[in-house]
Design a protein around this ligand. Structure first.
Ligand code: SF4
Ligand code: FES
Length: 214
């Protein structure tokens, strides 16, 4: 077992546990975006940054293993500022704010972010509506990779792949021809894990979107 302190609270966790798990063991909240309990940690978004005594800079809580005697500060000002800037940058690239119930909106509220301070290029609107159960709003994709991992690790289907790089990064179903022509078995794991509703179940989307006017 490993003993460490998180925000001054001593905790003991198993060997191989992460800083995020240690924080949760003492009810300390660390925001996450690319992390899903059901998947192996990915460490892509840098939203879960915390300070560790002796470390040269903030570390990602979701991928950093605990050490005996570690001293973790989840409220470190520098770590919070960097993480908040990351989230604000992500928001600034969306054509509109994420729906209030999404994880991205929850994380934005955690950092008390309003409308992004920067305006620049936003992801172009591109909708895939050809599948009876799943819809894809590509412009809301923040490339967290959760849907791809859910498809691979949870369902074992490999219908989704990460596509593009940098600002162009997105996700493709099959050969980017939509869910219907991919290996998708409509399990819904991708929609369930997506933190922005970029992938959503058609029935849920229809409840959120206003009826078109006649
Ligand atoms: S579609 Fe959703 S889950 Fe998949 S990478 Fe984009 S934001 Fe993440
Ligand atoms: S939640 Fe830790 S890096 Fe994304």
């Amino acid at each position: 077992m490993i003993t460490l302190t998180v925000d001054g609270i001593e905790t003991t966790v198993g060997v191989g546990a992460t800083v995020l798990e240690a924080a949760r063991s003492v009810q300390r909240h660390v925001p996450t975006l690319c992390f899903d309990d059901r998947q192996a940690p990915f460490g892509a978004c840098r939203v879960c940054l915390v300070a560790v005594e002796g470390a040269p800079g903030p570390v990602a809580a979701c991928t950093t293993p605990v050490r005996d005697g570690m001293v973790v500060d989840t409220q470190d000002e520098r770590a919070r500022r960097i993480a908040a800037n990351v989230v604000e940058l992500v928001l600034s690239e969306l054509p509109h704010a994420p729906a209030e119930h999404t994880e991205l909106a929850t994380v934005a509220r955690h950092f008390r972010l309003g409308a992004p301070r920067w305006t620049g290029a936003v992801h172009p609107t591109r909708h895939e509506d050809d599948h009876p159960y799943l819809a894809f709003r590509h412009e809301l994709c923040i490339s967290c990779g959760r849907c791809v991992r859910a498809c691979d690790e949870v369902q074992g289907t490999f219908a989704l792949t990460a596509a593009g790089r940098g600002f162009q990064a997105n996700v493709a179903a099959g050969l980017d021809e939509g869910f219907r022509l991919s290996a998708c078995v409509a399990c819904g794991a991708c929609a369930d894990t997506c933190p922005t509703d970029a992938i959503d179940e058609v029935v849920l989307l229809s409840m959120l979107e206003p009826e078109p006017e006649n």
